[in-house]
Design a protein around this ligand. Structure first.
Ligand SMILES: Cc1cc2nc3c(=O)[nH]c(=O)nc-3n(C[C@H](O)[C@H](O)[C@H](O)COP(=O)(O)O)c2cc1C
Length: 234
């Protein structure tokens, strides 16, 4: 890691990146993100933390215009309907859908989780046994994550950590982004099943995300609540 004396420079860079990032409505369609930079964005997602280390999400990248067109009608937050443009779907260099794992894979003791702990995390059997018990208690007693919808929502919460890290990583490289919840869940699931081979029993769309380079300056300056309104020190 960088030496502590560089901290002021890093703070400055971080501050600049967070002020630079804005929810980009229209990207310059001619500008594409270089592969190595996009790989860095993806790596920041892959290395993101997740509850129990279960990594309960998957990122589907939708690059072909034909495939993106399948999402247009019901993705009102990304189709430019608000400003008469081609929207993020029509202009982004890269367009992704973060998929949340459902209870089929994320319920305690599932085959998927056993395989994840054995092969990805390379944990010994006794540790896996311990985690199985702790995870079951976490789901059933601590966080009340019992039904399929609740498990999927929990997975989505982990996906949003990856989402945030990707957008910050992009901003640090001068790359724009937009998180997108403006879509109809059921229709998106149906299109994912029919055209992308995504099994709705295993995955639900959580949030979409677009990356590229802004076509124009943000329409409005950034507004936020004051620090003391959002942070309490006790
Ligand atoms: C989870 C999430 C979903 C969002 N969905 C959309 C969307 O569908 N379309 C859009 O243009 N912006 C969307 N936004 C952008 C927000 O409106 C934006 O982040 C907020 O107004 C603050 O503006 P700023 O990001 O430019 O600072 C979304 C943001 C988040 C975090």
């Amino acid at each position: 890691m960088t030496h502590a004396t560089d901290s002021a420079d890093i703070q400055n860079l971080i501050s600049q990146a967070f002020n630079f990032r804005h929810a980009t409505k229209v990207f310059d369609p001619a500008r594409k993100i270089h592969d190595s930079e996009f790989d860095t964005i993806l790596e920041s997602a892959r290395l993101s933390p997740s509850s129990f280390g279960m990594e309960p999400w998957h990122l589907l990248l939708v690059q072909s215009p034909e495939k993106r067109a399948l999402l247009r009608d019901f993705s009102w937050g990304a189709n430019g309907a608000f400003n008469g443009s081609a929207g993020q779907l029509g202009t982004a260099s890269h367009f992704g859908i973060l998929l949340a794992h459902t209870g089929a894979t994320m319920r305690h003791h599932s085959d998927y989780l056993q395989q994840h702990m054995q092969e990805v995390k390379q944990l010994p059997d006794d540790v896996i046994g311990f985690i199985n018990g702790a995870y079951q208690k976490f789901q059933e007693q601590d966080f009340h994550i019992a039904d399929d919808r609740q498990i999927t929502d929990w997975s989505a919460r982990q996906a949003y950590i990856a989402l945030a890290n990707m957008m910050t990583t992009a901003a640090l490289m001068g790359i724009d982004s937009c998180p997108i919840e403006g879509f109809e869940m059921d229709k998106t699931s149906a299109v994912l099943a029919e055209h992308f081979d995504i099994d709705p029993a295993r995955y639900q769309p959580a949030v979409m995300v677009a990356f590229g380079y802004r076509a124009e300056a943000p329409a409005h300056p950034k507004t936020r609540r004051a620090m003391e309104q959002v942070v309490t020190w006790a």
